[in-house]
Each structure stands twice: as C-alpha cells, then as structure tokens.
Design a protein around this ligand. Structure first.
Ligand code: ATP
Length: 445
C-alpha cells in the first residue's frame, strides 16, 4: 500500500511514504494509520537533486549511487532514549562492533534560527557510556534533519564508524527524532505524535561486519569486480584511491560496479534512460559507465549489460531480462559519440585554441549539446587530463542557449546564482530566451 508521492524524483530514503503518518494526516481507516513500529529495507538512489552523491562514487569507498537503506521507525511509540539504546546494543552487543571505534554526533543548536542544542540526546549517550571525547556536537547542516523547506523535521544524532582508529569515520546509522514540523512561514509547530526514523546503509554495515577496508571489498561487490575483470583487458582491481587515481583503473572498476547495480534496479523498477527527471539521471549514469568501460577498462561493446546476469546483480537485487536489452540499446547509441568526443578532446588539447590548462568552453558545450555527453562527464574527462574548462564562458553558453532540458545540481545552481529550493525536482529547468523556467514549480527566473 506504500508508494512514493509523485513529487519525488527518486527515493533517497524511506521517509516520503510515511509522511502522512508523521504529520497525523493518514486516513484513520487505512492500514498505514495503525503502524507503530516499522522496519524496512529501502532501495535508495542518490544521484540527482538535493541528495546527489554521483561525484563521490568511485572516488571514495563508501558512497554509492544506489544503496539499500535499512530503516526502522517509531510512530508515536519509542522515542530518543529507547532508539539510542536499542541501536547501541545492536551494534556493540549483537554485531560485536568495538565501541571504541564508534563516534557519535548530536545537534549543537543554532543561535541564528533559535534552535536549542539537543542536550537530551547528549545526556542519553553519556548515560549509555559513550565517552565525552567521542561525542561530538555539530550544527544545522550535519545534525538537523529537514525533508524540504517545510514539513516534518527535528534534530538528528549519528553513529560513525572509524575504520583505521584515527577518525577516518563514515556515517553508519542516523536517527532522526521527528517531533516538529516547519510551516511555510518557517515557524515550528509540535507534531501530534513524536516519531523516530533510523537509517543504516547496508553496504557500510556489511563492510564493517566483514572486517574490510572498503564497501567494494565485501561480497556485495567482489563477484562483480571479478566479472568486470573477466570482460576487461586490464589488471585486476587493487583498491587504489586518491587524487592520482581519478579516472584510472581502480576508480573505473568501482564506478562500473556501482552504476550497473543502479541501472539494474532502476530499469527493473520501470525507469529507462531518457531526457528528463529521473530518466535523465539514469542516462547520465549509463553514459558514465559506458565511458569507463570502453576507455579505461577496454571492454568490448555489450560488456556492460553482460554484468547484469552476474551472481551479485541477480542474486541480491531484482533482475528482468529486458534490463540487458535496454542497457545494450543505450550503449550502442552512445558509443559512436563517445569515440568522436574523445577524439575531439584530444584534437583540441593538441591545437592552438588550447592554452594554459583551460579548455575552450565552445568545445565542451558542443560535446554536451551535439554529442550528448553529460556535463559532469566532460568535467571528469578533463580533470583526468589535468585541465579545466573555461567555466565562465561555459556558463554563458548554457545561459544563452535557447532550449535545453537538464537537471542542475545544487552546486551548479549556486554557481550560476539561480535562486533555488532544496526540492530536487525544481532543479529541472528549460532555458527560454536566457531565463530559467522550472516547469515543476511554475517558476521563471
Ligand atoms: P554521508 O554523510 O556519509 O554521505 P549521510 O549523512 O548523507 O551520509 P543519511 O542521509 O543520513 O547519510 O543516510 C543514512 C545512512 O545511509 C548513512 O548513515 C549511511 O549508512 C547510508 N548512506 C547514505 N548515503 C549513502 C551513499 N551514497 N552510499 C551508501 N550508503 C549511504
């Protein structure tokens, strides 16, 4: 009975389907209204809009475009204290994770918006036995959870796992205590019942429980990395990261392993690569994957889709035969553009137009507009060659081009000075005579 409201681009966590319960607006006759304690495993894609982890994927060892969020919820049932105690006991007693590897963060308050520090949560953690030096206060951005400009919100507290004993910590569990809602005029109202939303990334948990250095060294990914090696003409995966490895073999393995999972679950759930909204996000992911396959891993055409039937993609995720057909068709579509584009980049770098590490915007623009390269892929390909695009000129070209449909990232919107909200859907824009038109919210700026 649960479905994602149509305003949501892609599911980034499980809160959306439960919004009516949080707000107390669920139909009292519905099954949903009777929920008190819920657990779920939610497919999440964070590759566009407000939650966009695409740029981190492949560069680090903990972010994926698709991951499984293990959620548990209290709707007017247990609150902060029980949530913290149950989670601590699950991690340290049942899973046996050493407590001295765990750090906890809580909301430090925000004077500007008049929000007090979450002292209650701090005290709960101290009572549980977390030493003060591993209990860290953070501000609005890190530890105050909001769904959007308005709606349910509240302070959150997070448990981080330190991989190397030197604060190399990745967030493992997040608890949101949802007891207030922000009105459109920004005032805060107490909700009819207090709730808790707890989310933990499966891939990061498996990483810790299997004692690995990286999510990619767990059995969620190793069979896939092995399968990629079989179809490639390069050395096996060796786990290197860092600036010097951007765009190189190990990053390519991670990107392709990540992206094929995302492509498979999205296509199986009915989203096909396309030209707007979630479909455009998928098109970007597919083109990024094809490019890493062909140019870095030196795989033959069709290799990407051949990964779908691997044990991991079929075994742990959903699979439908048409997934491979859709990936193959889209790959074939992009391959000749990819060859032309790569040649164009090389030719430009060897030509007189190219000076001092600044790549001409007109060429970058033509890669995007004429050959269908996602702009983030153009940036990445140039970064790999140690050059940057003439950003100012490229922004001018983007602004002046008459019609275009794309999804801008928050960073791009900020750079262009476009007023924006935190709702991912509104980033989708069309340019008409130099003005941005956001169809979803009927706004023009
Ligand atoms: P981070 O700061 O590490 O990106 P986050 O604060 O964005 O994480 P939440 O939005 O609170 O994380 O999501 C809850 C949990 O989901 C995280 O604690 C983490 O275990 C997992 N998670 C979040 N983003 C990703 C991702 N891109 N890939 C894999 N797991 C993720």
């Amino acid at each position: 009975p649960l479905s994602v409201p149509p305003v949501q681009l892609l599911t980034v966590c499980s809160v959306f389907q439960f919004k009516p319960i949080l707000l107390g607006t669920a139909d009292p006759r519905s099954e949903m209204a009777s929920y008190r304690r819920v657990t779920n495993s939610q497919k999440c894609v964070r590759a566009g809009g407000k939650h966009n982890d695409l740029e981190d994927v492949g560069r680090d060892l903990t972010h994926h475009t698709f991951f499984e969020m293990l959620g548990n919820w209290s709707f007017g049932d247990y609150f902060k204290e029980e949530a913290c105690r149950m989670a601590w006991s699950l991690l340290t007693e049942h899973y046996g994770i050493p407590a001295d590897r765990l750090y906890v963060s809580y909301f430090a308050g925000d004077a500007a918006s008049g929000l007090p520090a979450d002292e209650e949560t701090r005290q709960i953690w101290l009572d549980i036995g977390v030493p003060p030096r591993r209990l860290l206060p953070f501000g609005l951005k890190e530890n105050f959870w909001e769904m959007g400009d308005s709606g349910p919100c509240g302070p959150c507290t997070e448990i981080h796992y330190d991989h190397i004993g030197g604060r190399d910590a990745a967030t493992l569990v997040v608890f949101q205590s949802v007891h207030v809602t922000r009105e459109v005029d920004q005032s805060l109202l107490l909700l009819p019942q207090f709730s808790v939303d707890t989310g933990m990334g499966l891939e990061r948990l498996v990483n810790i429980l299997q004692g690995k250095r990286s999510n990619y060294d767990t059995d969620l990914f190793t069979p896939l990395l092995h399968a990629i090696h079989q179809i490639s003409r390069v050395r096996p995966y060796s786990g290197r990261t860092g600036a010097a490895d951007v765009g190189k073999v190990d990053m390519a393995y991670r990107v392709v392993a990540d992206h094929i999972r995302t492509l498979s679950v999205c296509i199986a759930d009915g989203i096909h690569p396309g030209m707007s909204g979630a479909e455009l996000v998928l098109r970007r992911i597919l083109r990024r994957a094809v490019r890493f396959c062909v140019e870095v891993l030196q795989t033959p055409q069709g290799a990407l889709a051949s990964l779908v039937p691997t044990e991991v993609v079929i075994g742990t995720l959903m699979f439908f035969p048409q997934v491979t057909d859709i990936i193959n068709e889209n790959e074939a579509h992009f391959l000749s553009s990819l060859q032309q584009g790569s040649r164009l980049i090389l030719r430009t770098l060897n030509s007189v137009d190219y000076k001092h590490g600044v790549f001409p915007a007109s060429v970058a623009w033509s890669l995007h507009r004429d050959l269908g390269f996602p702009l983030d892929l153009v940036d990445l390909m140039l970064e790999e060659r140690g050059v940057q695009v003439d950003r100012q000129e490229l922004d001018r070209l983007i602004t002046e081009t008459p019609v275009m449909l794309d999804v801008l990232s928050l960073a791009e919107l900020q750079r262009l000075g476009v007023p924006h909200t935190d709702d991912g859907l509104k980033y989708q824009y069309r340019l008409e005579q130099g003005r941005y038109v956001f169809p979803a919210c009927h706004a023009t700026v």
